[in-house]
Design a protein around this ligand. Structure first.
Ligand SMILES: Cc1cc2nc3c(=O)[nH]c(=O)nc-3n(C[C@H](O)[C@H](O)[C@H](O)COP(=O)(O)O)c2cc1C
Length: 386
């Protein structure tokens, strides 16, 4: 069969064949592992979409290595995603951080975490030496300054800001010819980053896996499109096949940004047990929780998330939540309870039935969308603009 054609202005803007981007999925499971490494990134770019490295958890050197690896695997455009949160450490960045950040955790919260472990039959195994979350971070400068220097030096084709605003770096990125994407979950933030001059706003609905907001994709996209026109919008959250892609285009987006769909790709750096839980999940099996990062994050739910939510322990700001959860998660790990570890994924998990190569996921999505737009809808809809 001939290769389908599906072009939107996003293709011209980013130099890609199809308007599909694989999300930059960064650190999961305690920050040690990124999902979207060079293999997934290059596979998506080679298939005609845009692959994006989930670089948030990387040291600058590690990020540089991953970029080089992608370049050795594809000569097509690709992206790097970083998190630029403004409230990392909840303002504690400018103050004194004790050598052991657990000293910042209220005793009642510590007791609550211990009780959760007890209730789940997990032996308490605290971490002996906790690293200071300010190590390797510039005081008051956000979490990503050094990573951003790498993005700029390496002149990556596309940069995506997963949280926060890329405004402080925009001039230097644009001077390199880098296209800048910015993820938002509401119209207010879309206006803010569009006014700063980003090239594309990725509007992500609450259905999404990972950090997520409160507004659903169906409601969010048209409102963001209207609010920031003529800045182009890419849709994210709950899109994993050609139906979602076609719907996103109908809502006014010029492309899609998909995470969960590619989480189960063969090239995703995701343990098979985690993939299997996503493939087994139904549409009701995810839950938003602050347990793992201190910010609202959608995960495949598990008994630990349910216990945390029931316990009503106040979450700490992003960057310090690890000081609260570290001992509990260390105990969970030591007990071999992988089923209780973070498994960020979206509501569309229920649609996914098998692991397969990223190129196949992308090709099927594009072929189905082209069929819907060019054949199925014209066949069943009679529409004549008045
Ligand atoms: C495991 C996982 C890790 C993620 N990590 C990041 C990240 O580091 N940076 C980011 O901008 N978005 C991250 N996201 C969110 C995605 O970029 C994307 O917006 C979301 O997955 C889209 O919704 P969907 O999962 O329904 O496709 C992550 C999502 C998942 C599922």
């Amino acid at each position: 069969m001939a290769r389908p054609v599906l072009r939107t202005p996003l293709c011209h803007l980013l130099g890609i064949e199809y308007p599909v981007i694989s999300a930059g999925m960064g650190p999961v499971g305690g920050g040690a592992r990124a999902v979207a490494l060079a293999e997934l990134t290059a596979a998506v770019s080679n298939a005609g979409g845009l692959g994006v490295i989930g670089g948030a958890g990387f040291s600058p050197d590690r990020l540089r290595e991953e970029i080089a690896k992608v370049r050795s695997m594809t000569d097509r455009p690709f992206g790097v995603d970083l998190l630029l949160p403004s409230n990392f450490l909840g303002g504690a960045a400018s103050g004194e951080i004790p050598r052991d950040p657990r000293d910042l955790i209220p005793d009642s919260s510590k007791a609550g975490m211990r009780k959760i472990a007890g209730d789940l039959g997990i032996e308490w195994k605290p971490i002996e030496q906790v690293s200071n979350p300010m190590a390797n971070r510039r005081q008051g400068g956000g979490m990503s300054d050094d990573q951003m220097e790498v993005v700029i030096e390496e002149r990556v084709p596309v940069f995506a800001a997963g949280l926060g605003t890329p405004a402080p770096w925009l001039d230097r990125l644009h001077a390199n010819g880098t296209k800048v994407l910015s993820l938002v979950g509401n119209t207010k933030n879309a206006k803010r980053v569009a006014a700063a001059g980003v090239d594309v706003v990725v509007a992500q609905g609450t259905e999404a896996g990972g950090h997520t907001g409160r507004v659903a994709t169906m409601a969010l996209i048209p409102q963001v499109v209207d609010a920031i026109s003529p800045t182009p919008v890419v849709a994210a959250g709950g899109i994993a096949d050609g139906r979602g892609l076609a719907a996103a285009l109908a809502l006014g987006a010029i492309g899609v940004w998909c995470g969960t769909a590619f989480l189960v790709a063969d090239e995703a750096n995701q343990p098979d047990t985690q993939k299997q839980r996503i493939l087994a999940a139904t549409d009701e099996d995810t839950r938003i929780t602050k347990l793992y990062s201190g910010k609202t994050m959608r995960n495949i739910t598990n008994p630990l998330i349910e216990a945390w939510e029931a316990a009503n322990i106040p979450a700490m700001p992003m960057g310090l939540q690890g000081a609260l959860t570290g001992d509990l998660l260390n105990s969970v790990r030591a007990a071999g309870r992988d089923d209780l570890m973070m498994n960020a994924a979206g509501q569309i998990s229920g649609l996914l039935t098998k692991s397969r190569p990223a190129a196949e996921i992308l090709n099927d999505m594009v072929a189905q969308a082209a069929d819907i737009l060019a054949r199925r809808l014209p066949a069943i809809v009679t529409a004549i603009p008045g």
